[in-house]
Each structure stands twice: as structure tokens, then as C-alpha cells.
Design a protein around this ligand. Structure first.
Ligand SMILES: CC(C)(COP(=O)(O)OP(=O)(O)OC[C@H]1O[C@@H](n2cnc3c(N)ncnc32)[C@H](O)[C@@H]1OP(=O)(O)O)[C@@H](O)C(=O)NCCC(=O)NCCS
Length: 138
């Protein structure tokens, strides 16, 4: 399979905690308890899981997005954008009105990506991390 085919034929699926060991190539430490407590979704291509994210309802109608990773050799090809767009649609379908995430203030690449997808800064989560939010109401 060519590199282009490898990334163009894909599906985004929800996985169960017993599949977390298949995600070490992008999540590394998959024993993170939060991954087993949240809904986890992965990007499946070429029979492999190569990226993913987790979500949970942080408070009423606010969906929190976390654990957003793409395998490092496949970054910069649109996989992250597809995962993020999927998460937005999924949370909207769940009836969430706000989507929220925390990002390291130094992670300019991720911040740019979130801004391109309509997220705005909304204060600090910790001294090192900012909160970003996106309105999901139509
Ligand atoms: C953040 C992260 C998930 C983004 O995933 P990604 O697959 O690289 O995301 P995309 O490819 O959609 O977008 C990244 C860049 O590639 C560019 N891009 C998108 N589609 C592209 C394509 N088809 N061809 C070439 N470049 C493309 C985007 O414009 C973007 O450009 P930028 O560098 O100017 O921002 C990934 O970089 C990652 O795993 N980082 C480490 C973990 C992390 O920081 N997570 C966020 C925690 S809050």
C-alpha cells in the first residue's frame, strides 16, 4: 500500500479499554486511568490504530476533549484535523453545547490547529496550560 493510500482509506471508531494496548504507538502509556474512564476514539488505517482522542461530559452540556495524539511519523497529513472534526460532530450529536480542552501554552502547533477549527482561548487551566473552548450550538 502506498503512503497516500495508507492515510486516505480510514475510519474513526470507538474502542473499549481492552484495546488500549493497541494504541501504544501514539498514546505511549496506555495505563492512564483516565483513558479507561472516558470514551476513546481512534483513527484506524491499514489495519492499525494511528491516532486518537478521549472525551467525557465535564459538566452539563460541556464535552471535554483530551488525549489528542497522532503517531509522530504520520503527523502533518490531516489525520489530527479529521479526528478533531469528528469529535466536534460527535459531541454536537450528544447534545453538548460547549467543547472544551486544555493545551500547554508552549504547544503552538496544537493551538494553531485548534484556532483554525474555531476554538478560542478561555483562561488558564493551570499556570502552564490554557483552556480553549468551541461553541457547538448551530
Ligand atoms: C496535535 C496533533 C494531534 C495534530 O495532528 P496532525 O495529524 O499532525 O494534524 P494535521 O495534520 O491535521 O495538522 C497539522 C498540520 O499539518 C497541516 N496539514 C493538514 N493536512 C495536511 C495535508 N493533507 N498535507 C500536508 N499538511 C497538512 C496542517 O495545516 C497543520 O499545519 P501547521 O503545522 O501549520 O499547524 C499532533 O501534532 C500530535 O500528536 N502532537 C503531539 C501531541 C499533542 O500535542 N497533542 C495536543 C495536546 S492538547
Amino acid at each position: 500500500m502506498s503512503a497516500t493510500e495508507y492515510i486516505s482509506s480510514y475510519e474513526i471508531i470507538q474502542i473499549t479499554p481492552d484495546e488500549l494496548p493497541l494504541c501504544v504507538s501514539f498514546w505511549g502509556e496506555t495505563s492512564d486511568k483516565r483513558l479507561t474512564e472516558r470514551k476513546t476514539f481512534v483513527y484506524k488505517t491499514g489495519g492499525e490504530y494511528v491516532g486518537g482522542f478521549a472525551i467525557f461530559e465535564r459538566y452539563e452540556k460541556c464535552g471535554h476533549f483530551s488525549h489528542f495524539f497522532v503517531r509522530d511519523d504520520l503527523r502533518g497529513q490531516g489525520i489530527g484535523s479529521r479526528l478533531l472534526e469528528f469529535a466536534v460532530l460527535y459531541l454536537r450529536d450528544m447534545g453538548m453545547e460547549i467543547m472544551r480542552l486544555h493545551v500547554e501554552k508552549t504547544n503552538t502547533k496544537a493551538i494553531k490547529l485548534y484556532e483554525r477549527h474555531g476554538f478560542v482561548h478561555s483562561g488558564d487551566a493551570t499556570p502552564d496550560k490554557m483552556i480553549m473552548v468551541k461553541e457547538l450550538k448551530a
